[in-house]
Design a protein around this ligand. Sequence first.
Ligand SMILES: [Zn+2]
Length: 492
Amino acid sequence: MARVARDRGQAAARVETRLRGGNHRSGDIARASLAWWSALSRAGEIWWTRSGGPAAIAAGAARRTAELLRFARARSPFYRDAWRSLPSRDLALGALPVVGKRELMERFDDWVTDRGVTRRGVEAFLADRAHIGERYLGRFVVWKSSGSTGEPGIFVQDAAALATYDALLAVQLQSPALAGRYAWGLMGQGGRAALIAATGDHFASIASWQRVCRGSPWPNARAFSVMDPLPELVAALNDYQPAFLASYPTTLALLATEQRAGRLRIAPACIWSGGECLAPAMASAIERAFGGVVINEYGASECMSIAFSCREGWLHVNADWVVLEPVDREYRPTPPGEASHSVLLTNLANRIQPVIRYDLGDSVFASPRPCACGSPLPAVRAEGRHDDVLALRAKDGSIVRLSPLALSTVVEDATAGHRFQLVQTGPERIAVRLGADDPVERSAEWDAAEKALHAYLAHQSLGNVRLCLDEEAPVPDPRSGKLREVIAAVRA
Ligand SMILES: [Zn+2]
């Protein structure tokens, strides 16, 4: 199950990699950008490191961590202050203080490692929508978080970081399961790529997308708004016939429904999903509907590419470029096999705005065993703060808290991966909103969801909780356009 905090739709850089791949394939080397070569050489490096197994991956991460810490101390007044009492050399990552978005944003000008980058300057740049997709100071890609965590953030990425994110996806696309699909999409459908996202503001997804559209010699990349009425979106996609489709999982699930109903008629070879949770059941439903392979990416505004999903339903952390530390409330390490309270992120790829032991807020479950897929990278499941934990009242008056990840999984596994939304409307009451609009399908889904939820709730000593089918369809977040699947409108 893969999920990410809300503002994690960084679809377009992925498509950029594909476009560059197509460019290379055409043999038009003259048009290949320096950035492309940089991503290519980084992709080779990633492949080489990973072929050395877990020890080589850990060694690469350790070397990059040491370099990043030296750089941050030398160039970021914020980190220099924060680490003032620590030894002057050989800092251990685990000994460093945890940082959060609020304190970093308050000291933005000291946080960044280039004195030419200022919060005032970045905010002025972001204030003008005409700048969407342009580079700040001609060098940096900038985006802001959607603010749905309550803490607005502004994120600056340098060229090396962007090349790394692209390379990480390129390596993923070269996996045996995907390489053929990837090539077929480029050759068979002209490499047309469609991103469906919350357009019209400086979110990570659209900022990268515009970067692609402006910088790429390939005109066949187009962004579509997730806020458009569904029939319009379906008509536009039918007209466009993308080989690559990139969006949030819940949007992809909605489009899969349209495809199954015969209203949407596209044949993407590769489907990229990110920005939200994607349960294995939903991924299979999307793959069945379109006949293409789904790549799910766990990323964040603070690090666009944290992990990719595998066929076993796990996320494999890009551990050569990212350090993830699952922790409890007191920031003590959470052992594998237990769900963490939060996770600390260290991004080894981006130096302009170093993210070091940053409290990401996602709950992570690290697998205690190697993954059956054979990947040498650590396997995790992740759950963001996007959905609410429900606190329900049991028959004996005690309060039982339920993970939204668990609730989502129950419904997703019971239904065919359609959109849905669970809303706690009372201490012992949950309203269920279903996305299927065909009455027969809807009725069947309600029966299945009710039965599965009831069994799950009873197992949690919540057999007294009443479920009702809400007439309303699932309602996306009006600002981000993404769907919250589990909402606590009322708590016990
Ligand atoms: Zn795996």
